[in-house]
Design a protein around this ligand. Structure first.
Ligand SMILES: [Zn+2]
Length: 329
C-alpha cells in the first residue's frame, strides 16, 4: 500500500477523535469490569461455604501404598507386630547410612529401618566379620520401611523390622557417594540355580555367613541353593549352624538375615520353623532345591476357571495394631 492510499484510508480528524474516545472508554470499562470480577471472586470465596474435603477411607487403600509412602517411623515404643510377611513395625530406627564397618546401599529405596535389635545385630556382625572373616565391611541392602508393612516393590517379607539383606560384595575402602550406592553393580555368587560362580565365591564369604548364623538371635539366613551346597561342602567341625542357612530363590548377590522375635515381644509371631531333620539341611532339603521340582514352571489346569486375582491387601488384612502404627504421629 502506498503512503497516499494509507492516508486516504485513515478516518478524518473528527472521526479520529470519536474513535479515540470510544477506545479509551472501552479500556476503562474493561478495567472496571476486571476490578469488579476480582472483588466478586474474593467475596464469593468468603461467602460460599467451602465443602469439607471427602474423608479418605484408609480401609480401602491398598496396604502397600499406605505403608510404602511413610517417611518417618511411628513414634511408639519399638515393637514388631505380626509375621515377617504380614505385619508392621512401631518405633523403628534408621541404621546410619555410613558406619565404622558398614554402608547402606540404594538410599533412594528408604529401607534402612529396623527394630533397634536389628540395627545392633548388623553393627555387631560388621565388627565381628572384620575380625573373624577378614571382611572389610558390610554393604547393607534392604531392611524395612519406616513403619514396616507391605512394600510397593520387591519383598514379600521384611515387614516387621527383623529382616535385612547383606551383599556378598565387600565394602570398598572409601565412603561411597550416593551415586555409587545407587548404581554399583553387586557381584553375583552363582552361575545358575545349580552352580556357584567360583570366580566370585570365597572362603571369606562362607565365614561371613557362619558368623551371622552363630548369633542366637538369628533364626534363619536365606541363600540361593548352590551357595548352601558350597557351605555344606566347606564346613568342618561343628556343623549345627548350617541348619539356620536355608536355600531360597533369589539370594544370589546378597544373603538375607532373619532375626527371631525378641523375647517378650508379644505381638511378634515367630514363623513355623522345623529344623532340618538331618541337623544341617545338607541332605534331603538341599537335594530338593538342587532337583527339578522348585524350578519347574507350574502348569495351569486348562479346565480350571479363569484366574481372578484377589483384591489388594488392606489394613483389615493386617494385625489390628497396625492401624495405630500407620496413624501414629
Ligand atoms: Zn531379603
Amino acid at each position: 500500500m502506498t503512503p497516499q492510499k494509507l492516508y486516504r484510508s485513515m478516518p478524518s480528524a473528527k472521526n479520529r477523535a470519536a474513535l479515540i474516545a470510544a477506545l479509551v472508554c472501552a479500556l476503562f470499562a474493561n478495567l472496571a469490569f476486571a476490578q469488579t470480577a476480582a472483588d466478586q471472586a474474593k467475596l464469593t470465596n468468603l461467602a460460599t461455604p467451602v465443602a469439607a474435603p471427602a474423608l479418605v477411607n484408609i480401609n480401602t487403600i491398598p496396604a502397600k501404598k499406605l505403608f510404602g509412602r511413610q517417611v518417618l517411623p511411628a513414634a511408639m515404643p519399638p515393637h514388631a507386630i505380626g509375621t515377617y510377611a504380614l505385619g508392621c513395625m512401631a518405633g523403628a530406627q534408621a541404621l546410619p547410612v555410613t558406619g565404622p564397618n558398614w554402608q547402606v546401599m540404594r538410599l533412594s529405596r528408604h529401607r534402612n529401618w529396623g527394630l533397634p535389635q536389628l540395627n545392633t545385630l548388623l553393627e555387631r556382625l560388621a565388627a565381628d566379620a572384620k575380625q573373624n572373616a577378614g571382611w572389610n565391611g558390610l554393604l547393607v541392602g534392604d531392611m524395612g520401611q519406616p513403619r514396616g508393612g507391605p512394600m510397593l516393590t520387591g519383598h514379600a517379607s521384611h515387614q516387621i523390622g527383623l529382616d535385612a539383606d547383606v551383599w556378598f560384595t565387600p565394602m570398598p575402602n572409601h565412603v561411597l557417594s550416593p551415586y555409587e550406592r545407587e548404581n554399583m553393580v553387586p557381584l553375583e555368587m552363582v552361575k545358575d540355580h545349580l552352580h556357584i560362580n567360583p570366580d566370585n565365591w570365597s572362603e571369606s564369604r562362607a565365614k561371613l555367613i557362619k558368623t551371622a548364623a552363630s548369633y542366637p538371635e538369628v533364626g534363619r539366613i536365606f541363600v540361593h541353593p548352590p551357595i548352601k551346597a558350597a557351605l555344606c561342602k566347606w564346613a568342618t567341625g561343628d556343623r549345627t549352624w548350617l541348619a539356620k542357612v536355608r536355600p531360597l530363590y533369589g539370594h544370589t548377590f546378597h544373603f538375607h538375615i532373619r532375626m527371631n522375635c525378641p523375647p517378650g515381644m508379644k505381638s511378634c509371631k515367630d514363623q513355623w520353623k522345623p529344623a532340618p531333620k538331618d541337623g544341617t539341611g545338607c541332605g534331603d532339603e538341599l537335594a530338593y532345591w538342587m532337583g527339578p521340582i522348585p524350578w519347574t514352571p507350574h502348569k495351569r489346569d486348562p479346565n480350571a476357571p479363569p484366574y481372578v486375582p484377589p483384591p489388594p491387601l488392606t489394613l483389615r488384612g493386617l494385625p489390628a495394631e497396625c492401624r495405630a502404627v500407620v496413624q501414629a504421629p
